[in-house]
Write a protein that binds this ligand. Structure first.
Ligand code: SF4
Ligand code: SF4
Length: 465
């Protein structure tokens, strides 16, 4: 039904069936259980199954299927993955010592994370380390290393859940929380308070404290002021605890958060730029000209392949920050009324749609060209010679030819560019007194990355799998 206060939103919780499903304490568990069971299978396959990445359940299901679907899901549904994430589930189960019931005592020291870490700094470092580890230990091609990685991550989340309160890991440490949070601002769904005024006058604030129906928000959000998707892990606890039924789960337009943004943060701004660089780097290292380029650099500098790749990786993460700083310095010259920090932070959010579509266009190629590799694997998940569904002899073939994939990628890039420009102009209007001149250098920055990524996408590729 259309919300009367916000006619551009449809609240799915106005539907009684959906509301009662989401109020049920078992619902999240029913999403988490299959995910945890699959994770166990994946770890088993990594340790004891076939190590050929083309035939492995681990590499096909995690790095081709899951990772591609995750990025797609962020664009179309937001942080819905977090609702079922097996890592978050295991952290919760250990901490609460129950699968879905509401208990008062938790198995945790409930320490608060130091204030200086309550931002994206730990997540950014972790994200860069994991991305680097992917290159260094060839995670995407190694079932065994992927299994080690999953077990190490599980160990970390269990330790953090036992020491720190609620889902401190998900909010501040998870290596993909920054990426998931920022991309989910584009999604056409949002969980929000129906009426902020009702929250203001609410004395109990059970969404913050929890009650007999549910837990306090595990990621320290307060629906009364929440205005973007970044941190909400869609656990549905506030739907259960709010005694005034003041939570809505809305369908809205794409990029809704970006068009209404009011709270901007430097840690998010830097993460957006680093993510942009890392995304391009991940595509760059797969194209054929990359091989010649790195070989020439090795000959010229006398450095090893690992050193050259490491330096280029760090360069890729830093270059967007530097180029963007130059663009913002120029914006500042064109409009001296705005502070450098505000203009730097504010406009980075306009880059999110383009960055997301660059990421999507990279992963959609993996999915369309390599996704069918899962078909024979499902029949023989461990490489033991089984044929469970009669498909173990299937020879994987791309779902689309390269020209059609390229067309889809270019369309995605155009959609990203369109949204980015539209959000940028909206930010100019709302935050910077309609200063179009301040936006021009940012627009040039966006166009440079757009054109460069189009060129990268058009290059012949060397598949990881
Ligand atoms: S979401 Fe519900 S419980 Fe929380 S402050 Fe608003 S009205 Fe109160
Ligand atoms: S805002 Fe509500 S749904 Fe989102 S994480 Fe907090 S309690 Fe869960």
């Amino acid at each position: 039904m259309k919300s009367e206060d916000r006619p551009d939103r449809y609240d799915l919780l106005d539907n009684e069936s959906i509301r009662s499903i989401l109020k049920n304490r078992k619902t999240q568990f029913l999403f988490q259980l299959p995910a945890v069971m699959f994770l166990v299978l994946v770890v088993f396959a990594g340790f004891f199954g076939i190590q050929n990445s083309n035939r492995s359940l681990v590499t096909n299901s995690v790095w081709v299927i899951w990772w591609s679907l995750l990025i797609i899901s962020l664009a179309v549904a937001g942080r819905v993955w977090c609702l079922m994430c097996p890592f978050g589930a295991i952290g919760d189960w250990v901490q609460r010592r129950t699968f879905y019931k509401k208990v008062n005592d938790t198995f945790s020291l409930n320490r608060k994370l130091p204030v200086k870490f309550r931002n994206l700094s730990l997540a950014a470092v972790f994200f860069l380390v994991i991305t680097w580890a992917d290159f260094q230990f060839n995670l995407v091609n190694s079932p065994l290393n992927t299994a080690y990685f999953i077990v190490a991550l599980l160990g970390l989340i269990v330790i953090i859940s036992i020491i720190f309160e609620r889902r401190s890991f998900c909010r501040y440490v998870c290596p993909i929380t920054g990426l998931i949070g920022l991309y989910s601002m584009f999604a056409p769904f949002e969980l929000r308070a129906k009426e902020k005024e009702t929250c203001k006058t609410c004395k109990e604030k059970y969404c913050i404290s929890g009650n007999e129906n549910g837990y306090a928000c595990p990621v320290f959000e307060y629906p009364g002021t929440m205005d973007k998707n970044n941190h909400c892990v869609l656990c549905t606890e506030c739907i259960k605890t709010c005694h005034r039924n003041n939570i809505s789960f809305n369908i809205r337009s794409f990029a809704g958060d970006l068009f209404t943004l009011t709270k901007i943060r430097m840690d998010e701004a830097l993460f957006i730029l680093i993510l942009l660089g890392v995304t391009i780097f991940q595509t760059l290292i797969m194209i054929r000209p990359w091989v010649g380029f790195t070989r020439d650099l090795m000959v010229y500098t006398g450095a090893s392949y690992d050193s050259v790749r490491f330096i280029l990786f760090i360069t890729a993460a830093v270059v967007p920050v530097l180029v963007y700083s130059i663009a913002i310095g120029t914006s500042k010259l064109l409009d001296i009324k705005i502070s450098f920090k505000d203009i730097f932070t504010g406009y980075t959010y306009s880059i999110i749609p383009l960055g997301l579509m660059m990421h999507l266009s990279h992963n959609i190629r993996h999915l369309l060209e390599e996704g069918t590799g899962i078909i024979p694997v499902l029949s023989d998940p461990f490489g033991f010679g089984w044929n469970l569904f009669g498909t173990s002899g299937y020879i994987p073939a791309p779902l689309l030819n390269i020209n059609n994939i390229l067309l889809i990628q270019w369309l995605m890039m155009l959609v990203g560019l369109g949204f980015s420009v539209s959000v940028g102009k909206n930010i100019s209007r709302r935050m910077f007194h309609g200063s179009d001149s301040a936006y021009i250098p940012v627009l040039i920055f966006v166009l440079i990355f757009f054109v460069f990524n189009l060129w990268v996408l058009g290059q012949p590729i060397m598949h990881k799998h």
